[in-house]
Write a protein that binds this ligand. Structure first.
Ligand SMILES: *Cc1c(COP(=O)(O)O)cnc(C)c1O
Length: 390
């Protein structure tokens, strides 16, 4: 092809005409029916206790605009996000889906200067400090009406929520809550994915002791894994996130959840190399013998973490194949020698996640957790949403 033939038209087209899936290096499929199934499965485990949905970080990377309406239709009427911007973005999504009354909680608290937006968008702030309690109560008094808020207690995680001394101070001076309609008291488990960990029972005891001293309100403790710690951990409202998206909330045991994500990467090129040839940056892999190498179009810029260098595996028609060499920004190299000659070529897809090699398996290979694999999923993948036609 001569260079003259690939000059752009003098007038640019309004949009590309090729199929976006044909242009993408990776295709990410999100199974919305599986998200709804997982929500119902958690409800079953909760046996009548209410179940919120945590959709922070763009629904753990899967697309909050698609995922939140599915969860609302499955029965969730209470949502949690981390930041104020996430809360403000969620309100019109739920409105448009026909759920204007759903509760939206912003876990990171009400930052100064954001009050008008929180009120206008009907966001329930999670108050994490006495300063935030005082500020929200003062706002309520200045508006001349009760304002709802959730109160987070620190029962052992030392991350967010009123620490012991602030719980005590509030118990001594409950009038500081005047003007606040306490919609929820919550705390978060540090070790819920390890049922035998003594910290679980300690946090439960600290929560119970704090509740004795505070005004009555519905109580929320369990995240995904916490739901599987049993009835004592359920209280009035559970707050699962990651299990909705197919990550196993019971590590070491068979997953009760359905996989939600499939990520396929396109093979760009296959080559055969001789013994001793290096593969990738740093020549961090050297072929021991004749080796066939497939280059797949996803790299660390797509969230396919560099920690998978010489450690990850991909699946092709149910067969696992090792990642060799370092993960590059835009590609990763895979040893496909075990496949028959010509069994794989340019244009074929391998499963980076899926086909029996799930998010948890990829996370283990990368030395991280399913949460991080999902929330790192990049923006360059072509995304396909399956199921739930709304
Ligand atoms: C993220 C988060 C959750 C959800 O946790 P999962 O482990 O994803 O179920 C619940 N509560 C709080 C406070 C959180 O930060």
């Amino acid at each position: 092809m001569s260079s003259r033939e690939i000059q752009p038209e003098t007038r640019l087209p309004a949009a590309p005409v090729s199929d976006p899936a044909a242009r993408a290096g990776g295709v990410l499929t999100v199974d919305l029916d599986a998200v709804a199934w997982n929500y119902r499965r958690l409800r079953e485990e909760l046996n009548g206790v209410a179940c919120a949905a945590v959709v922070k970080a763009n629904a753990y990377g899967l697309g909050v605009d698609r995922v939140a309406p599915v969860l609302a239709r499955a029965g969730a009427d209470s949502f949690f996000v981390a930041t104020i911007d996430e809360a403000l973005a969620l309100r019109p999504i739920l409105d448009a889906a026909g759920f204007p009354g759903a509760a939206i909680h912003a876990l990171n608290g009400p930052l100064p200067g954001t009050e008008a937006d929180l009120l206008a968008f009907g966001v329930t702030p999670v108050l994490n400090t006495l300063e935030e309690v005082d500020r929200w109560a003062a706002l309520a008094r200045s508006r001349g009406r009760a304002l709802s808020a959730a109160l987070q207690l620190d029962t052992g995680m030392s991350r967010l929520g009123l620490p012991d001394e602030e719980i005590a101070a509030l118990a001594e001076a409950p009038e500081r809550l005047r003007g606040i309609d306490p919609a929820l008291i919550l705390t978060h488990l540090a070790c819920a994915d390890t049922p035998a960990h003594p910290e679980n029972a300690m946090q439960l005891a600290r929560l119970r002791a704090a509740l004795e001293r505070l005004p009555g309100a519905p109580v929320s403790l369990a995240n995904s894994s916490g739901i599987f710690l049993g009835r004592a951990y359920h209280f009035d409202l559970a707050r699962p996130g990651v299990a909705l998206y197919g990550v196993n909330p019971t590590p070491g045991q068979p997953s009760p959840m359905r996989p939600v994500v499939r990520l396929r990467g396109r093979v760009l090129q296959v080559r055969q190399i001789d013994a001793h040839r290096g593969v990738g940056y740093g020549a961090a892999f050297r072929a021991a013998g004749l080796t066939r190498v497939a280059t797949v179009a996803a790299g660390y810029a797509d969230g396919y973490t560099r920690h998978l260098s010489n450690a990850g595996r991909v699946a092709f028609k149910g067969q696992l194949l090792p990642v060799i060499g370092r993960v590059s920004m835009d590609s990763v190299t895979v040893d496909v020698t075990a496949l028959g000659r010509d069994a794989i070529g340019a244009g074929d897809f391998v499963d980076l996640i899926g086909d029996g090699h799930d998010v948890d398996a990829v996370a283990a290979e990368a030395g991280t957790i399913g949460y991080e694999v999902l929330t790192s999923l990049g923006a360059r993948y072509h995304r396909i949403y399956r199921g739930d036609d709304g």
